[in-house]
Write a protein that binds this ligand. Structure first.
Ligand SMILES: *Cc1c(COP(=O)(O)O)cnc(C)c1O
Length: 386
């Protein structure tokens, strides 16, 4: 009770301790890994059955409470991947015949899930340009159940203003679902801005060490109970060891994301002054189209940025070959600084002209800024430009 009276701890503290009860002598400081998939059951009752796939093992429950606190949600569920989280989150909201409105700027796997899998299940999905005024409102039908968005957007780092969208979903009785992977709860907590459901690929910032695949869904308790049914039946529950590693990674999320924010800002500022770089995409720069909104709604501009090299695809190839420290690899949000070319990863299915039309010309490089010393990173980028 004394805890309830005191102010809620800050995010960095919650990430380490969660809502931990009073310490007792002899307790381990690091919460133990309980790898057992089953647990001894009470006689004469079906209550309290514990099984890894039910998402109720000790490692799962502890982490789920902690992640809910970080997002300001009633409850959360950890799933076996970001895609598993997105699939189960939406299957808990949509039935055949229902309609989903989605931003057109979404993760490639999510795009295919919506247009291939959901379509074949009789769930209609309309892709919408979220930067066109009233674009969602104009496409609402009587079958529409939810709006799905991702922000900041991969790879241009555009930032969506949640306020008008959540005003719309509240007044129309729709669920607002936000993939907040790029921001992490350190930089943005969508529920504070009117979202109903938050999704993360925990593979990225929440774990942050390039060694765990996991996803998170956060929302109200009754909704999370529905997602749990999907998780159990579609078999999307992670193994306790992945959960234990994720808990370990999560403890440092605040300091990692703060450092990535600072280093990305320094790299973006440096890049803007280079003649070999045509354009820099970073919401922390005044030149970014969403700088104003980002300043209003984000607590940090993030560790993701993109650069466009003068000289296009050929220049990008040369640049990548010369890098020594910055690693050419997909994924993001970890301790290692990574660079990737959307034309060979997330946007490989489009033609060069189609990509150019949505602001991703050849020579466009996405950077996920890690935790190396920023001067070392800039020195590496600089020598590769020459
Ligand atoms: C990586 C990613 C996903 C998918 O997550 P996995 O953990 O790879 O399944 C979903 N959304 C965004 C924004 C991502 O970056």
């Amino acid at each position: 009770m004394s805890r309830a009276k005191s102010k809620k701890p800050n995010l960095a503290t919650l990430a380490i301790h969660g809502a931990r009860d009073a310490h007792r002598p002899g307790d381990p400081v690091v919460e133990p890994l309980v790898q057992s998939i089953n647990h001894i059951q009470a006689l004469g009752t079906g209550e309290g059955l514990k099984y890894t796939r039910y998402g109720n093992t000790p490692n799962a429950e502890r982490l789920q409470r902690r992640l809910a606190l970080l997002e300001g949600a009633e409850a959360s569920l950890v799933l076996s991947s970001g895609m598993g989280a997105t699939a189960c989150a939406l299957l808990a909201l949509l039935r055949p015949g229902d309609h989903l409105l989605s931003s057109m700027y979404i993760y490639g796997g999510t795009h295919r899930l919506f247009l291939e899998e959901f379509a074949s299940m009789g769930i209609e999905v309309t892709l919408v340009d979220p930067f066109e005024p009233r674009s969602f409102r104009k496409r609402i039908k009587k079958e529409t159940r939810a709006i799905f968005i991702e922000s900041p957007v991969n790879p241009t780092c555009r930032v969506l203003d949640l306020r008008p969208i959540s005003y719309l979903t509240k007044s129309e009785g729709l669920a607002l679902v936000v993939d907040s992977t790029f921001a992490s709860p350190v930089n943005f907590r969508p529920i504070e801005h009117g979202a109903d459901v938050v999704i993360h690929s925990a593979t990225k910032y929440l774990n942050g060490h390039h060694d765990v695949l996991a996803g998170v869904v956060a929302g109200s308790q009754p909704y999370i109970d529905e997602v749990l049914q999907k998780e159990m039946l579609w078999g999307q529950t992670p193994d306790p060891f992945a959960l234990w590693l994720l808990e370990r990674g999560l403890k440092t999320v605040d300091v990692r994301v703060q450092r990535a924010n600072e280093s990305a800002m320094a790299i973006a500022t440096w890049a803007e002054g280079r003649k070999e770089i045509k354009k820099v995409h970073y919401p922390g720069l005044a030149s970014h189209p969403d700088h104003q909104i980002a300043q209003e709604i984000l607590d940090g501009f993030g560790g993701m940025l993109a650069i466009e090299l003068v000289g296009g695809g050929k220049a990008a190839e040369r640049f990548l070959r010369r890098l020594r420290l910055v690693t050419h690899a997909p994924s993001l949000g970890g301790v290692d600084t990574l660079v990737s070319e959307p034309r060979y990863t997330s946007h490989a299915k489009m033609t060069s002209a189609e990509r150019a039309r949505i602001g991703i010309p050849d020579g466009f490089l996405r950077l996920s800024v890690g935790l190396e010393n920023v001067d070392d990173l800039i020195a590496d980028l600089e020598q590769a430009l020459k």
